[in-house]
Design a protein. Structure first.
Length: 113
């Protein structure tokens, strides 16, 4: 049975949407006001706010309000569980592929005899 980490599920859910990934990519260059994040999406502000809410709920961003302007910033360390999980999966599959390669090589040598 696979491990089920609810935090990891939240992270993958947040990363599953291309609009949210675009917002994170923009925030990787530095903090930005919500209006700047909304502009390239072509979406209405309430829709963008829902996307930001999902990102904030997953811990990928933080937001702060200064007067009438709400700004967001990325939380890079929030991606560590995703990276860890992906590294574990890579190791598992590389090991499986190495064993398969060894087996196929062994079969090829046996057939060549």
């Amino acid at each position: 049975m696979a491990k089920h980490d609810p935090d990891l599920s939240l992270l993958f859910h947040a990363l599953a949407d291309p609009t949210r990934r675009a917002i994170l990519a923009r925030l990787a260059t530095g903090p930005a006001p919500v209006s700047e994040l909304a502009a390239p999406t072509g979406l209405r502000l309430p829709t963008v706010m829902r996307h930001l809410s999902v990102l904030e709920g997953a811990g990928l961003i933080v937001s702060a309000k200064d007067g009438r302007v709400r700004s967001c910033a990325i939380v890079p360390e929030a991606l560590v569980p995703v990276r860890t999980w992906l590294d574990e999966q890579r190791a598992i599959w590389e090991s499986r592929l190495d064993r398969l390669d060894d087996y196929v090589t062994k079969l090829a040598k046996e057939r060549a005899k």
